[in-house]
Ligand binder design. Structure first.
Ligand code: FAD
Length: 484
C-alpha cells in the first residue's frame, strides 16, 4: 500500500491533468467537472465498463431545498429544513460543514443533473415503499414525515429518481438512467476512459504532492501521471472482509447494495499517506420486507417488544434490527393487515414474505415464535389500547397507520433478513480534498463517493450515496482541475 516515489517511476505510460480512479457516480461527476474546468481528464476503471454500483442502483438521489422537481410536485422545501433533517437523521456525528454545503447547493445540483441530461418525471409517489411502483420521480426516502423527524424539521420528500424507460431495477434502473447521461456528458467534454485498469498504488513527489498512480492492466504494470491531481472514486470497503471485521463486523456475510470492486483500496492507499478516516462503523442496512406490510403491523424483537415506529424509513428499521436487536425481529400482523398490504403492495415477491406462523391468539403465536411468555401479549395490549385512540405514546407512529390488531394473528420471521453497505471512509473537506490526520489537505489528492465519509455518519436516507457521491464528486473534479 505504500506510495511510490515519483523519482523511482522512470517513464510514465499515460499522462493527464486529472486522473480519476473509478467510473461510478463519484468518478463520473468528477470527470465532468474537471473537464468543464478545462482539464485533460483520464478515468481508470477496474471493470470492463463504466457504472459501478451506481449503474445497478435504484437511483434515489437525495436532494431538496426547493428543487424544480419538488416544486413541480407541489412541495415547498428550504435548505434550512433539509439541513435540520439531515443533521438529526444522518448522525450522530454528522459533518455540519458538509451537510450545510450539500443543502445550500442542492437546488443547483439538481439543475446540473438535468443539464447533463438526467430525466426526472414530475410525479410524486406517496405510498410506503422501498422505491416507487413505476417511474415516478419523487418520494419520501428518509423518514422525513415520521416521528421524530416530522417534529424536528418541516417534512419534504427528497428522494429524486431518474426516470426509467423500462424499469428493471438492478439492470436498467434509475441508477443506470443517472449514470448514462453523466458518462455521455463526460465523453462530449473529451474525457478519456481506460477499462480493465485497476489502481494499486499512489505516486508522490518528494514534497509529498500526489502526482500519479500505478495500476495493473491485464497483468501489466501501468504508470499514470497526474499533472494536477488524483481523484479516488473507487467505492467503499463492503467487500473487504478484513476491513469489515475491523470496523463493521455486524455487516460480515451480509453485503448489500454494493459491488465486489468495493474492496477499500482508496481508504488503504490514502491511509498509507496519513489520511484520516471517519464513521468506519456506520452502515446502511436494508430490511427485506415491503414497508406496506411493516407499517400496518408491529415490529418486535426477540423479547416480544416494539423498538421503533413502523412508519419510519425502512432503512432505520433495518439499522435498529441489526445493531440494537441482535438481528432477531418479527413482524406481527392481523389478517386484515396482511390482506390490505397484499392488495396495495407493488413490491417484488421477495419483499412480500408470507407469515411464518399463524395462530388464533397472541399467546399461541408467542409460544410458536419462542418469545418469553406474556411479552407479546403485553406489547399488543398496550399498542391496541392506544391505537383505539389513534395514539402511539411509546414510539410515535402516526395516527393514520394505527389500528388495533385483532383476531387470528400472523408473524413473519425477519431474523437475519438484513443486508447493507459500509458508510465510513476517508475524511475529506467540503472541496473534497483528502485530509491528513493532522487536518491539513494532502496535496494533489481528492476523493468522493463511498470511498469517503460523506453526509451519512450513522443514519441513512435512500439517495444519500448517489447524492453525496455526485455532489462531492463534482467538487473533487473541480478542485483537482484547479490545483496547480
Ligand atoms: P461506485 O458507483 O461503485 O463506483 C466505483 C467504481 O470504482 C466502480 O466502477 C469500480 O469498479 C471502480 N473501482 C474499484 N476499485 C478500483 C480500482 N482499484 N481501480 C479502478 N477502478 C476501481 N445509493 C443511493 O444513493 N440511492 C439508491 O437508490 C441506491 N440503490 C442501490 C441499489 C443497488 C442494487 C446497489 C448495488 C446500490 C445502491 N445504492 C444506492 C448505493 C450506491 O449505488 C453506491 O453507494 C454508490 O454508487 C457509491 O458511489 P461510488 O462512486 O463511490 O462507487
Amino acid at each position: 500500500m505504500r506510495p511510490y516515489a515519483a523519482a523511482d517511476i522512470g517513464t510514465w505510460d499515460l499522462t493527464a491533468d486529472v486522473v480519476v480512479a473509478g467510473y461510478g457516480v463519484a468518478g463520473a461527476a468528477a470527470a465532468v467537472e474537471a473537464a468543464h474546468a478545462g482539464a485533460e481528464v483520464l478515468v481508470l476503471e477496474r471493470a470492463g465498463g463504466w457504472g459501478g454500483a451506481a449503474a445497478l442502483a435504484g437511483g434515489f438521489v437525495y436532494l431538496g431545498g426547493g428543487t424544480a422537481l419538488q416544486r413541480a410536485c407541489g412541495f415547498d422545501d428550504s435548505p434550512e429544513a433539509m439541513a435540520t433533517f439531515l443533521m438529526a437523521a444522518m448522525g450522530p456525528g454528522a459533518d455540519a460543514a458538509k451537510i450545510s454545503a450539500y443543502c445550500e447547493g442542492s437546488v443547483a445540483h439538481f439543475d446540473w443533473l438535468v443539464g447533463c441530461g438526467v430525466p426526472f418525471k414530475p410525479v410524486f409517489y406517496g405510498e410506503p415503499a422501498w422505491e416507487p411502483a413505476g417511474d415516478e420521480g419523487l418520494m419520501y426516502s428518509g423518514g422525513e414525515n415520521a416521528h421524530p423527524f416530522d417534529e424536528i424539521a418541516e417534512p419534504a420528500p427528497r428522494g429524486h429518481l431518474p426516470q426509467m424507460d423500462d424499469k428493471r431495477t438492478g439492470e436498467r434502473g434509475g441508477g443506470y438512467m443517472l449514470m448514462k447521461p453523466l458518462v455521455k456528458t463526460a465523453e462530449r467534454l473529451g474525457v478519456k476512459a481506460h477499462y480493465g485498469v485497476r489502481i494499486e498504488r499512489l505516486v508522490v513527489e518528494r514534497d509529498g504532492r500526489v502526482c500519479g498512480v500505478v495500476a495493473r492492466s491485464h497483468g501489466e504494470r501501468v504508470t499514470v501521471r497526474a499533472r494536477r491531481g488524483v481523484v479516488l472514486a473507487t467505492g467503499g470497503f463492503t467487500y473487504n472482509e478484513e476491513m469489515l471485521a475491523a470496523h463493521a463486523p455486524l455487516l460480515m456475510g451480509r453485503p448489500g447494495s454494493a459491488v465486489e470492486e468495493h474492496d477499500g483500496i482508496a481508504v488503504k492507499l490514502a491511509q498509507a499517506l496519513g489520511a484520516g478516516v471517519a464513521h468506519m462503523d456506520a452502515c446502511e442496512v436494508a430490511i427485506h420486507m415491503d414497508p406496506q406490510y411493516l407499517i400496518r403491523g408491529i415490529v418486535v424483537n426477540g423479547r416480544g417488544q416494539r423498538f421503533i415506529n413502523e412508519d419510519t424509513y425502512p432503512g432505520r428499521i433495518g439499522q435498529a434490527a441489526l445493531f440494537q436487536q441482535g438481528n432477531r425481529t418479527f413482524l406481527v400482523l392481523d389478517e386484515e393487515g396482511f390482506e390490505e398490504a397484499r392488495r396495495v403492495s407493488a413490491a417484488p415477491d421477495v419483499l412480500q414474505l408470507p407469515p411464518t406462523w399463524v395462530c388464533e391468539s397472541a399467546t399461541e403465536l408467542a409460544a410458536e415464535m419462542g418469545l418469553p411468555p406474556g411479552a407479546l401479549e403485553a406489547t399488543l395490549e398496550v399498542y391496541n389500547r392506544h391505537a383505539e385512540d389513534g395514539r402511539d405514546p411509546l414510539l410515535g407512529k402516526a395516527a393514520r397507520w394505527l389500528r388495533p390488531l385483532r383476531g387470528p394473528l400472523g408473524a413473519v420471521d425477519l431474523e437475519g433478513m438484513t443486508s447493507g453497505f459500509a458508510l465510513g471512509g476517508l475524511t475529506t473537506g467540503t472541496d473534497s480534498e483528502v485530509l491528513h490526520v493532522n487536518g491539513e489537505p494532502i496535496p494533489g489528492l481528492y476523493a468522493a463517493g463511498r470511498a469517503t465519509a460523506g453526509i451519512a455518519a450513522w443514519g441513512y436516507a435512500s439517495g444519500a450515496s448517489l447524492g453525496d457521491g455526485s455532489f462531492f464528486g463534482r467538487r473533487a473534479g473541480r478542485s483537482a482541475a484547479l490545483n496547480r
